[in-house]
Design a protein around this ligand. Structure first.
Ligand code: IVH
Length: 731
């Protein structure tokens, strides 16, 4: 591909883009993939490689942009060309029938048909396409003015960057088939569509679990999570959030003829253009069928992989819609049927206090089990002391609970009329219920926290789970049951003890055979070689998720340097803000944490980031543990074979090669970088992570020196071939 001329590259990119878009559509919209992951990845890799060689050919609608483009300073306002209306609500079947009567009275003598749809609980967006290309995404806002979320909308897998050309289906659907001759899509066609961006329940649970692991507050429900994700200034964050979108209306089309005459056809038309439309929408010739649809989904909604808060009824004929017209904020041709929030009454048996990994104490109401919104609920979080006070929840109270956003149970209110006088007021304990250490509530914080850090067994248990987790040190077989036994038998007290365990000790544990014991010891042993970013994440510093851990490890290169960094120095690292910086300093200021790190280093746990400044090339400077372990591939590994398990330190890293390498062909080196998940690039910019310098380097080296000297690229590293080989495990 390096040999392609500019024109050839452009043509190849066009073909690859079309193929990738087609497979995205098959996979994400239709759920009918035609190729396996490996074939898809190879198309994507080829596209990325050509774009790297020819950065000027990268277009905003390239599949590569699905991973997130530029970080925006703010969201600019967007005035909608036509207002994005809201809907009137109906809360009963009788109100649906009233709606039908009203509609028919305004259209005397006419047949009125409807389409019933699910009311997706997400965020309403408008997407504009010009000449079949996505050009702008905006939130609904107040209906008149929304926010520009184009870059974020691009990262939603089911938002097509390009529409499919209008061919046979469109011809059949439109009033003026000649518009499509001779071009498949009329030149100058602009269409704006409306739909709902939402977060599937599974993705919501995943996001919340990850947030819990770094001590970030949970999203209350998938709707908030979707809104929070779409309003991220960094589109790469949005891209990681697994958002989805159903489209359901054409807001306008220019020329207007390029649009169907009924809503039912509009849905098919949107599908033909490549949008994801909701498969549960129904054509309903009468209001009786609409009512049956709403009733049906009231029960079935708990089986859906996403949340709905009702159904939407729409008049099918667009001509009738025009004649029915709109009120100030909502159309006369549609109504939302809202399902009541599911509530249930139950009794608070007790209020327990949970201690999390970061030491936060959470009061949890233990309830008389009750069925609610598809599951049995026996616990509800009361979040913190203020909330218990505000709601005045007492032990023994009868309470109304509901699923906030239909997922997490919460106490709505106390049924005070049912109080008998025997209820007990809950007090937040002044000592940790697990270890007895004093509890503090820091000024400005709602949470109480155990002050015992890693000496608190509850925090120890949680931190051991986190330490061995997949994104942490990835110790296979190191799960809750083993951890329970190891703690009970006193074999371990904290993560520092894990590396002293022996097969002989493990076989003594219940249900632990020789083979499993050996496997676990091998897994523990292998985890010693994890790079610094994994170790940092595994240590569970507050607010330090895997991204922050990677940035810190790459910047500071060794645990020693990171531990010595001041808040100001930490904040020099791009993307590292006050909160993370303060948390890192706080962590290293505690003797218990410093002791733990010392013991880990003495056990041979790697404390360095391979390839980062001062590590591979200057072993003497590396922190404790340097030299004992190298997270690169071991000897004998085939060239370019990716490391098993955890992400390699090159994953996501941009590398520029300049000059001739003595022992590696350029293509070969690029292939290896790609295999490790990195990106070979042909031009040096602030975003470059490494410049590998061979013989007779060109202007790229000068550019790299300029950028580092001027402080514009503080994380850019200039390395030689040997260092590069150490990085890829070939030294
Ligand atoms: S139609 C003028 N259809 O519900 C027509 N809205 O309460 C406007 N919503 O702001 C909307 N699913 O965000 C429509 N299938 C659906 C919908 C839907 C969810 C949302 C939409 C709207 C809100 C109104």
């Amino acid at each position: 591909m390096a040999d392609l001329s500019h024109d050839e590259a452009a043509r190849r990119l066009e073909a690859l883009g079309a193929a990738i878009r087609h497979h995205d559509y098959q996979y994400y919209v239709l759920d009918q993939p035609e190729v396996g992951d490996a074939d898809y990845d190879s198309l994507m890799r080829e596209l990325l490689a050509i774009e790297t060689e020819h950065p000027d050919l990268v277009t905003p609608d390239s599949p590569s942009q699905k991973v997130g483009g530029q970080v925006a300073p703010t969201f600019s306002p967007v005035r909608h060309r036509a207002p994005l209306l809201s809907l009137e609500n109906a809360y009963s079947e009788a109100e649906l029938e009233d709606f039908d009567r009203r509609v028919r009275s305004l259209l005397p003598g006419e047949t009125v048909e409807y389409v019933a749809e699910l009311k997706i609980d997400g965020l309403s967006v408008a997407l504009r396409y010009e000449n079949g290309r996505f050009v702008q995404g905006a939130t609904r806002g107040d209906g008149e003015v929304g926010e520009d979320i184009t870059a974020n909308a691009r990262t939603v897998k089911t938002v097509p960057h390009r529409l499919k050309p209008l061919r046979e289906l469109a011809k059949k659907l439109t009033k003026d088939p000649d518009l499509f001759n001779p071009e498949p899509t009329p030149a100058g066609w602009t269409v704006a569509v409306r739909g709902e961006v939402f977060m599937p329940v599974a993705a919501f649970e995943k996001v919340n679990q990850a947030r819990g692991e770094v001590g970030d507050p949970f999203f209350a429900n998938p709707r908030n999570a979707a809104a929070g994700s779409l309003r991220q200034l960094d589109p790469a964050v949005t891209a990681g959030r697994e958002l989805d979108a159903f489209l359901y209306e054409i807001i306008y089309s220019e020329p207007a003829e390029v649009a169907p005459a009924t809503h039912w056809e509009t849905l098919k038309f949107l599908g033909a253009l490549g949008f994801k439309t909701n498969p549960e929408s129904r054509f309903c010739p009468t209001i009786a069928e609409v009512v049956a649809y709403c009733r049906d989904w009231d029960e079935k909604r708990w089986d859906l992989p996403y949340e709905i808060d009702g159904a939407v009824v729409k008049v099918n004929s667009l001509d009738q819609r025009v004649r029915l017209g709109v009120r100030s904020k909502s159309p006369r041709w549609s109504i939302a049927f809202k399902y009541p929030a599911q509530k249930a009454e139950t009794v608070v048996r007790n209020v327990a206090v949970n201690v999390g990994r970061t030491g936060i104490l959470t009061p949890v109401a233990e309830l008389e089990p009750v069925r609610l919104a598809g599951s049995t609920v026996s616990r509800a979080s009361l979040h913190n002391e203020d909330i218990v006070r505000d709601k005045d929840v007492r032990i023994g109270d009868t309470v109304v609970i509901q699923k906030a956003g239909e997922v997490i149970p919460e106490v709505v209110e106390v049924v005070k009329a049912k109080r008998t006088g025997t209820e007990r007021v809950f007090e937040m304990p002044s000592r940790c219920p697990v270890c007895g250490a004093p509890v503090v509530r820091e000024p400005g914080e709602a949470a109480h926290r155990c002050t015992n850090g890693l000496s608190c067994p509850a925090q120890i248990w949680e931190s051991l789970i986190h330490f061995g987790s997949r994104d942490g040190m990835d110790i296979e077989g190191f799960g809750p049951k083993i951890i329970d036994q190891l703690l009970k038998t006193g074999l371990i007290h904290d993560p520092g003890d894990i590396y002293a365990l022996t097969v002989e000790q493990l076989v003594e544990l219940e249900r632990m055979g020789n083979k499993s014991a050996q496997n676990l010891i091998e897994a523990i042993d292998a985890s010693r070689r994890q790079p610094l970013n994994r170790l940092l994440f595994a240590l569970g510093l507050r607010h330090v998720g895997d991204r922050a851990a990677f940035l810190l490890a790459r910047h500071f290169a060794t645990m020693e340097r990171l531990a010595a960094a001041s808040e100001a120095e930490l904040q020099q690292v791009p993307e590292i803000g006050e909160k993370i910086a303060a948390s890192v300093v706080e962590f290293f200021s505690q003797e218990i944490n410093r002791g733990l790190i010392r013991r880990l280093a003495e056990s041979g746990v790697n404390m360095t980031m391979p390839g980062a400044a001062g590590v591979a090339g200057e072993p003497g400077e590396a922190g404790p543990g340097a030299g004992e372990a190298d997270a690169g591939a071991g000897p004998g590994r085939a060239l370019g074979e990716p490391l098993p398990g955890p992400a390699h330190p090159l994953a996501g890293v941009t590398i520029v090669l300049t000059g001739t390498l003595a022992t590696l062909e350029r293509r070969e080196a690029e292939e290896i970088i790609r295999n490790f998940g990195g990106r070979p690039s042909s031009s040096v910019s602030k975003k470059t992570d490494y410049v590998v310098v061979g013989e007779n380097p060109g202007s790229k080296l000068e550019k790299a020196r300029e950028l580092t000297a001027s402080g514009q690229a503080p994380d850019l590293r200039i390395i030689d071939e040997d260092e590069f080989k150490r990085l890829i495990g070939r030294a």
